[in-house]
Design a protein around this ligand. Structure first.
Ligand code: GDP
Ligand code: IMO
Ligand code: MG
Length: 420
């Protein structure tokens, strides 16, 4: 029997994947990130200390666990070297415990420059993290990208740079006028090369020999390149099937898919967000939930739970179980709302999430209201011990989304969760 679990963000990212991957990693042998890059910011609190991981998978704090970064990830080498050095103060990191895919593509200073330039000149900016994610995945799709296996070897890395210098005037200008960044880029290769290996073959062998493997998504389903709110998306396949593509896994080896959502919704960057609250309630959720981006520090937009978007996310991913996170933040609000359908000015009532971001932007949420609760939610134990109105809220999410809530998040710490 296989033990392969995928953890997916069910909304627009920042659902609390880091915390839950850390928790679920306690029962795993390997945790592998399957897409995205250092646009991600996954927060984990351990014994009162906060850690934000951008590239290293979130299982790294569990003793004896192997962390892997698979082919679908894009890697910022200098950032990764720094992250490894920083983490070494707390955990042991060696080529045995951190595997970096030779197939993963490399984010270069050029890609970061392009991301910034495209955002500044766009008539409708996406609000990217400016980490070079889009340009790196574009280069990969154009089949002119640099992979980690190539980056790790001095001569093949230099060959790639030479070819770019010869073929692209803008690249050449950037290279010549940003020597410091490029020197740093070249310098990181020798620090990282011993970690680079055939991650995908190792993972398939590990699964075949019964190892418990947890696949960690970054971003969220509504930011998926194909299935999200295009063009206001990231450039990778964030959803569960993306894990199989990234690693080269037969979909049938997957045993469990868990979706994580906040008890409300947040979004960073531009794009339609039907349940966004631009009033004092939204500001209060942002304040109580400390809703600031873990990577860019930008304020996150906040809104009510959107069951239409979540139903869509559940249908794209096929969740076996759902985690409703940050339930503690909703304590004290007199009234809570769940969006159960949309109303569009010309298309009428919509129960399905539209493919078109322009249509979504014009959708008004149709809400069902719920009385709130004032008693604190217990930090751990069973969801049945929550105040009655909190239990009703979770049941309403299940009813409106046709999913089973397995756990409820009650705080940022490892133990702050309820079993439903
Ligand atoms: P990720 O990108 O999905 O890993 O999520 P982030 O780390 O970007 O954002 C989630 C934030 O919520 C972090 O600051 C976490 O420490 C925090 N957090 C996670 N779970 C809970 C929870 O159940 N309650 C509260 N209050 N905070 C949580
Ligand atoms: P984690 O893993 C929230 C958003 C950006 C922008 C869009 C495209 O922490 O949940 P990109 O830099 O990827 O080209 O930006 O995607 N975005 C995220 N939003 N959480 C993230 O990661 C995100 N990574 C990218 O804000 O709207
Ligand atoms: Mg985050």
């Amino acid at each position: 029997m296989n033990h392969v679990t995928i953890v997916v963000g069910a909304q627009w990212g920042d659902e609390g994947k880091g915390k839950w991957v850390d928790v679920l990693a306690a029962k795993s042998d390997i945790v592998a990130r399957y897409q995205g890059g250092n646009n991600a910011g996954h927060t984990i609190w351990i014994s009162g200390t906060k850690y934000v991981l951008h590239q290293i998978p979130s299982g790294v704090f569990q003793k004896g666990l192997i962390s892997a970064m698979a082919a679908g990830v894009v890697i910022h080498p200098v950032g990764l070297v720094n992250e490894i050095e920083k983490m070494r103060a707390t955990v042991t990191i060696s080529p045995e415990s951190l595997w970096i895919s030779a197939r993963a593509h490399v984010i270069t200073p050029w890609h970061i420059h392009l991301d910034g330039a495209r955002e500044s000149s766009a008539s409708t900016p996406i609000g990217t993290t400016k980490k070079g994610i889009g340009p790196t995945y574009s280069e990969k799709a154009s089949r002119t990208g640099l992979r980690m296996g190539q980056y790790a070897k001095d001569d093949s890395r230099r060959t790639w740079v030479k070819a770019m210098l010869e073929s692209d005037n803008d690249f050449r200008e950037h290279y010549n006028s940003n020597q410091a960044s490029w020197d740093e880029f070249h310098g990181a290769a020798s620090k990282i090369s011993s970690f680079v290996c055939d991650v995908e073959t190792r993972l398939r062998k590990a699964i075949a020999t019964g190892k418990r493997v947890l696949l960690e998504g970054a971003q969220g389903t509504l930011l998926d390149l194909d299935h999200g709110t295009y063009p206001f998306v990231t450039s990778s396949s964030t959803c569960a099937s993306g894990a199989c593509t990234s690693i080269g896994l037969p979909p049938k080896v997957i045993s469990n898919i868990f979706g994580i959502a906040k008890a409300y919704v947040t979004r960073v960057g531009a794009g339609p967000f039907p349940t966004e609250l631009l009033d004092s309630v939204g500001a209060e959720i942002a304040k109580k939930g400390h809703e600031f981006g873990a990577t860019t520090g930008r304020p996150r937009r906040c809104g009510w739970f959107d069951a239409v978007a979540f139903r869509y996310s559940a249908s794209v991913n096929g969740f076996d179980g759902v985690i409703i996170n940050k339930m503690d933040i909703l304590t004290g609000f007199p009234e809570l709302k769940i969006c159960v359908k949309y109303k569009h000015p010309t298309l009428g009532e919509l129960e399905d999430f539209p493919w078109d971001a322009d249509v979504l932007a014009k959708c008004e949420p149709v809400y069902e209201s719920f009385p709130g609760w004032t008693q604190e939610i217990p930090k751990s134990g069973r969801a049945s011990d929550m105040p009655e109105n909190a239990r009703n809220y979770i049941s309403a999410i299940e009813r409106h989304t046709g999913t089973k809530v397995m756990w409820v998040g009650t705080g940022p710490g490892r133990d702050e969760m309820l079993v439903n």
